[in-house]
Ligand binder design. Structure first.
Ligand SMILES: CC(C)(COP(=O)(O)OP(=O)(O)OC[C@H]1O[C@@H](n2cnc3c(N)ncnc32)[C@H](O)[C@@H]1OP(=O)(O)O)[C@@H](O)C(=O)NCCC(=O)NCCS
Length: 184
Protein backbone atom coordinates (compact mmCIF):
# COMPACT_ATOMS: atom_id res chain seq x y z
CA UNK A 1 0.00 0.00 0.00
CA UNK A 2 1.42 3.40 -0.99
CA UNK A 3 1.97 6.04 1.66
CA UNK A 4 -0.72 8.71 1.24
CA UNK A 5 0.61 12.20 0.55
CA UNK A 6 -0.23 15.12 2.81
CA UNK A 7 -0.99 18.54 1.34
CA UNK A 8 -2.96 21.67 2.10
CA UNK A 9 -6.70 21.23 1.72
CA UNK A 10 -8.43 23.10 -1.09
CA UNK A 11 -12.12 23.86 -1.57
CA UNK A 12 -12.25 21.11 -4.20
CA UNK A 13 -11.24 18.56 -1.55
CA UNK A 14 -14.30 19.17 0.59
CA UNK A 15 -16.64 16.55 -0.95
CA UNK A 16 -13.97 13.84 -0.51
CA UNK A 17 -13.35 15.09 3.04
CA UNK A 18 -17.07 14.71 3.78
CA UNK A 19 -16.98 11.14 2.40
CA UNK A 20 -14.04 10.35 4.68
CA UNK A 21 -15.78 11.95 7.65
CA UNK A 22 -18.88 9.83 6.98
CA UNK A 23 -16.76 6.65 7.22
CA UNK A 24 -15.24 7.90 10.49
CA UNK A 25 -18.63 8.85 11.91
CA UNK A 26 -20.08 5.42 11.06
CA UNK A 27 -17.18 3.71 12.83
CA UNK A 28 -16.52 5.98 15.83
CA UNK A 29 -19.37 8.47 16.16
CA UNK A 30 -16.84 11.23 15.50
CA UNK A 31 -18.41 13.70 15.51
CA UNK A 32 -21.01 12.37 17.95
CA UNK A 33 -23.89 13.79 15.87
CA UNK A 34 -23.65 13.98 12.09
CA UNK A 35 -23.60 17.70 11.26
CA UNK A 36 -26.37 19.25 9.15
CA UNK A 37 -23.67 20.79 6.95
CA UNK A 38 -20.56 18.59 7.20
CA UNK A 39 -18.44 20.73 4.86
CA UNK A 40 -19.10 23.71 7.09
CA UNK A 41 -18.31 21.61 10.19
CA UNK A 42 -14.94 20.91 8.58
CA UNK A 43 -14.43 24.65 8.15
CA UNK A 44 -14.95 26.25 11.57
CA UNK A 45 -14.95 30.04 11.64
CA UNK A 46 -11.42 30.59 12.96
CA UNK A 47 -9.77 27.91 10.83
CA UNK A 48 -6.27 29.02 9.79
CA UNK A 49 -5.42 26.08 7.55
CA UNK A 50 -6.37 22.45 6.95
CA UNK A 51 -4.47 19.52 5.46
CA UNK A 52 -5.53 16.27 3.87
CA UNK A 53 -3.85 12.91 3.47
CA UNK A 54 -4.77 11.71 0.00
CA UNK A 55 -4.58 8.39 -1.76
CA UNK A 56 -5.48 8.84 -5.42
CA UNK A 57 -8.75 10.77 -5.39
CA UNK A 58 -9.65 9.66 -1.88
CA UNK A 59 -9.10 11.66 1.27
CA UNK A 60 -7.96 9.24 3.98
CA UNK A 61 -7.06 11.74 6.69
CA UNK A 62 -7.66 15.33 7.71
CA UNK A 63 -6.48 17.88 10.26
CA UNK A 64 -7.17 21.57 10.86
CA UNK A 65 -5.41 24.36 12.72
CA UNK A 66 -7.67 26.99 14.29
CA UNK A 67 -6.82 30.18 16.09
CA UNK A 68 -8.62 30.54 19.40
CA UNK A 69 -9.98 33.73 20.85
CA UNK A 70 -8.05 33.96 24.12
CA UNK A 71 -11.07 35.68 25.70
CA UNK A 72 -13.24 32.60 25.18
CA UNK A 73 -10.82 29.94 26.42
CA UNK A 74 -12.27 27.45 28.87
CA UNK A 75 -11.48 29.14 32.25
CA UNK A 76 -9.39 26.34 33.75
CA UNK A 77 -7.38 26.12 30.53
CA UNK A 78 -6.82 29.89 30.46
CA UNK A 79 -5.60 29.65 34.02
CA UNK A 80 -3.27 26.76 33.14
CA UNK A 81 -1.85 28.66 30.17
CA UNK A 82 -1.35 31.82 32.19
CA UNK A 83 -1.48 34.83 29.90
CA UNK A 84 0.07 33.61 26.66
CA UNK A 85 1.83 36.41 24.80
CA UNK A 86 1.57 34.39 21.58
CA UNK A 87 -1.68 33.68 19.74
CA UNK A 88 -3.22 30.37 20.78
CA UNK A 89 -3.87 27.77 18.09
CA UNK A 90 -5.82 24.55 18.40
CA UNK A 91 -5.69 21.26 16.54
CA UNK A 92 -9.14 20.52 15.18
CA UNK A 93 -11.03 18.02 13.00
CA UNK A 94 -8.33 15.35 13.10
CA UNK A 95 -9.36 11.97 11.75
CA UNK A 96 -8.12 9.07 9.65
CA UNK A 97 -10.47 6.74 7.79
CA UNK A 98 -10.81 3.33 9.46
CA UNK A 99 -9.10 1.35 6.68
CA UNK A 100 -5.97 3.55 6.78
CA UNK A 101 -5.41 3.52 10.53
CA UNK A 102 -2.38 2.18 12.31
CA UNK A 103 0.11 3.41 9.70
CA UNK A 104 1.16 6.71 11.25
CA UNK A 105 -1.15 8.94 9.18
CA UNK A 106 -2.56 10.80 12.18
CA UNK A 107 0.92 11.28 13.64
CA UNK A 108 2.06 12.79 10.31
CA UNK A 109 -0.98 15.07 10.04
CA UNK A 110 -0.53 16.23 13.62
CA UNK A 111 3.12 17.00 12.94
CA UNK A 112 2.32 19.10 9.85
CA UNK A 113 -0.17 21.21 11.82
CA UNK A 114 2.23 21.48 14.78
CA UNK A 115 5.03 22.76 12.52
CA UNK A 116 2.74 25.35 10.93
CA UNK A 117 1.66 26.60 14.36
CA UNK A 118 5.33 26.87 15.35
CA UNK A 119 6.07 28.83 12.14
CA UNK A 120 3.23 31.18 13.02
CA UNK A 121 4.55 31.62 16.57
CA UNK A 122 1.41 30.13 18.12
CA UNK A 123 1.04 28.37 21.41
CA UNK A 124 -0.78 25.16 20.57
CA UNK A 125 -3.44 23.19 22.40
CA UNK A 126 -6.07 20.58 21.68
CA UNK A 127 -8.95 19.00 23.48
CA UNK A 128 -10.05 15.39 23.37
CA UNK A 129 -13.01 13.60 24.86
CA UNK A 130 -12.04 11.09 27.55
CA UNK A 131 -13.66 8.24 25.58
CA UNK A 132 -11.39 8.83 22.53
CA UNK A 133 -8.77 6.31 23.61
CA UNK A 134 -6.89 6.06 20.30
CA UNK A 135 -6.59 9.85 20.05
CA UNK A 136 -5.37 10.15 23.64
CA UNK A 137 -2.75 7.46 22.97
CA UNK A 138 -1.69 9.34 19.82
CA UNK A 139 -1.26 12.69 21.57
CA UNK A 140 0.64 11.21 24.49
CA UNK A 141 2.93 9.20 22.19
CA UNK A 142 3.68 12.45 20.31
CA UNK A 143 4.75 14.19 23.53
CA UNK A 144 1.67 16.33 24.14
CA UNK A 145 0.99 17.08 27.80
CA UNK A 146 -2.37 17.04 29.55
CA UNK A 147 -2.86 20.20 31.57
CA UNK A 148 -6.51 20.32 32.66
CA UNK A 149 -9.84 18.54 32.20
CA UNK A 150 -13.32 20.04 32.18
CA UNK A 151 -16.88 19.09 31.26
CA UNK A 152 -18.11 20.19 27.82
CA UNK A 153 -21.52 21.72 27.16
CA UNK A 154 -22.23 19.02 24.49
CA UNK A 155 -23.26 15.42 25.10
CA UNK A 156 -21.16 12.36 24.28
CA UNK A 157 -22.49 9.12 22.77
CA UNK A 158 -23.58 7.99 26.26
CA UNK A 159 -25.72 11.14 26.58
CA UNK A 160 -23.49 12.64 29.28
CA UNK A 161 -21.63 15.93 29.22
CA UNK A 162 -18.32 14.94 27.65
CA UNK A 163 -15.23 15.14 29.83
CA UNK A 164 -12.62 16.99 27.79
CA UNK A 165 -8.91 16.64 28.42
CA UNK A 166 -6.86 19.63 27.30
CA UNK A 167 -3.33 19.07 26.03
CA UNK A 168 -0.51 21.44 25.11
CA UNK A 169 2.06 20.72 22.41
CA UNK A 170 5.60 19.81 23.43
CA UNK A 171 6.83 23.33 22.54
CA UNK A 172 4.03 25.03 24.43
CA UNK A 173 4.77 22.90 27.49
CA UNK A 174 8.41 24.04 27.33
CA UNK A 175 7.53 27.75 27.13
CA UNK A 176 7.93 29.73 30.31
CA UNK A 177 4.49 30.02 31.88
CA UNK A 178 2.17 28.12 34.08
CA UNK A 179 1.30 25.31 31.62
CA UNK A 180 4.96 24.34 31.52
CA UNK A 181 5.17 23.69 35.22
CA UNK A 182 1.82 22.11 35.92
CA UNK A 183 2.64 18.46 35.38
CA UNK A 184 6.36 18.38 36.06
C1 LIG B 1 -7.22 8.85 16.57
C2 LIG B 1 -6.93 8.56 15.09
C3 LIG B 1 -6.86 9.90 14.33
C4 LIG B 1 -5.57 7.82 15.00
O1 LIG B 1 -5.27 7.62 13.61
P1 LIG B 1 -4.09 6.62 13.12
O2 LIG B 1 -3.67 7.07 11.77
O3 LIG B 1 -4.55 5.22 13.26
O4 LIG B 1 -2.96 6.90 14.19
P2 LIG B 1 -1.37 6.62 13.97
O5 LIG B 1 -1.22 5.38 13.18
O6 LIG B 1 -0.74 7.85 13.45
O7 LIG B 1 -0.90 6.35 15.47
C5 LIG B 1 0.25 6.97 16.03
C6 LIG B 1 0.41 6.50 17.46
O8 LIG B 1 -0.77 6.80 18.21
C7 LIG B 1 -1.07 5.73 19.12
N1 LIG B 1 -2.34 5.09 18.71
C8 LIG B 1 -3.09 5.40 17.61
N2 LIG B 1 -4.21 4.63 17.57
C9 LIG B 1 -4.16 3.83 18.67
C10 LIG B 1 -5.01 2.82 19.19
N3 LIG B 1 -6.15 2.47 18.57
N4 LIG B 1 -4.66 2.20 20.36
C11 LIG B 1 -3.52 2.52 20.98
N5 LIG B 1 -2.65 3.48 20.53
C12 LIG B 1 -2.97 4.11 19.39
C13 LIG B 1 0.08 4.75 19.01
O9 LIG B 1 1.07 5.17 19.93
C14 LIG B 1 0.57 5.00 17.59
O10 LIG B 1 1.91 4.68 17.40
P3 LIG B 1 2.34 3.15 17.06
O11 LIG B 1 1.46 2.71 15.92
O12 LIG B 1 3.79 3.26 16.70
O13 LIG B 1 2.07 2.37 18.30
C15 LIG B 1 -8.02 7.64 14.48
O14 LIG B 1 -8.21 6.51 15.30
C16 LIG B 1 -9.37 8.34 14.30
O15 LIG B 1 -9.61 8.98 13.27
N6 LIG B 1 -10.27 8.23 15.30
C17 LIG B 1 -11.62 8.82 15.21
C18 LIG B 1 -11.60 10.35 15.21
C19 LIG B 1 -10.93 10.92 16.45
O16 LIG B 1 -11.06 10.41 17.57
N7 LIG B 1 -10.22 12.05 16.24
C20 LIG B 1 -9.55 12.77 17.31
C21 LIG B 1 -10.45 13.81 17.85
S1 LIG B 1 -9.70 14.66 19.23
Amino acid sequence: METPSIRRRTAEDLPACVDALAAVHACDRYPVDWPADPARWLTPSRLVEAWVAVEGRDVVGHVGLSQLDAATLEPSLAEALGTPAAPVGSITRLFVTPRRRGHGQAARLLEVARKEAANLGMSLILDVSDDSHAAIALYESAGWRRVVSARADWLNAAGEHALLHYYVSPETARKPGRAAGLYE
